[in-house]
Ligand binder design. Sequence first.
Ligand code: KIV
Ligand code: ZN
Length: 432
Amino acid sequence: HRKYAPFKPIAKKDRRWPDQTIDKAPDWCAVDLRDGNQALVKPMTVAQKQRLFDLLVKLGFKEIEIGFPAASQPDFDFCRKLIEEDRIPGDVKIQVLTQARPELIERTYEALAGAKQAIVHVYNSTSTVQREQVFGLDRAGIRDIAIRGAKVVQDFAAKYPDTDWSFQYSPESFTGTELDFAAEVIDAVNDVWRPDQGQKVIINLPATVEMAMPNVFADQVEWICDNIRYRDDIRISLHTHNDRGCAVAAAELGVMAGADRIEGTLMGNGERTGNMDLVTMAMNLYSQGVDPEVDLSGMAEITEVVEACTEISTHPRHPYAGELVFTAFSGSHQDAIRKCLARRKEGETWNVAYLPIDPSDVGRRYEEVVRINSQSGKGGVAYVLERDYRITLPRWLQIEFAKVVQREAETNGGEIDSDTIHRLFEERYLKV
Ligand code: KIV
Ligand code: ZN
């Protein structure tokens, strides 16, 4: 039984892309403890990191980037704590970030010593602007940094044979990189790692800065999928940021364009405008009848822990999670929702006006804020009388009395409280 109907896609013959729907959740990687943390005014303490890590595990995330241990002592200490105190469930892989610099890679492996399994995530910047203005290097120079990094990652992995290693490479600033050059660097890294010979490899394409419309990003992803070697032996991951407010859209289109895996953070915390919001994307899939393979049914706990760890409050209109997102203010919305809910039968596909999902699926309930003013309809006025005074009006009286209330509101302006509504009702219909 599907509670949510997938939005009716365009007929196959009219589609530009073969796959204009997502029918399976991508692999998720939560980067709250690394990218999210590095963007906080006050970085998380080890205790806060532990609390957020435990939440991510509880929600079902199987790949979690826990920090940049070679760059930060608290990140190093947190990594050691997780490993030494055996706090990583057997089906969860921790991931750590490092620049493609030998001394940092060495320190990264020290942080990971003793892990049962781990992903070493190595990156260097590849975009034109970074090449020319930050590093003063040409394409070959940048490609060599990536190749050297890949070799050092591989060599150190061999020194820790008891760990099941995966390698991840990010051409940082991918969205500002010429596609042929990005493909050249990715191929060169994979020539070192040889995913075709059994090495587990993730190639992560970051929209380090979101620079174009999400469909353009998806075209870049599609081009890379079509033009790199070893495509069938690796996972393509995306890491979108939200500079243009489209990180979720870019990730969704990117999955349709061929990506297997998505990196993001709960509520979208991250550098500048943030990372891709895992909550929104997962719930978007859910609302289309696709199992997100993470459990977001306890949204109150999620927002509480995220707020406590990041010290950033959740916007009241944050999709699926905000305080106000299941609240209707308008009388006509309330009226429509009441009718749909009254007619709804248990087990039916969800089809309720103004409520894209059943609030109870994220542990919430629908709420009405009935504020009566000159814009309110009959439904709102009737609801107030019923709720506060147990007076049920027949439909003809609802229509008539709503006009009385409306006239009063127009004369006095502003909002009319429920006592006034009751007084007007008494004056007109109950007093002899
Ligand atoms: O945004 C970015 O490019 C990153 C990389 C290090 C993956 O966070
Ligand atoms: Zn990032």
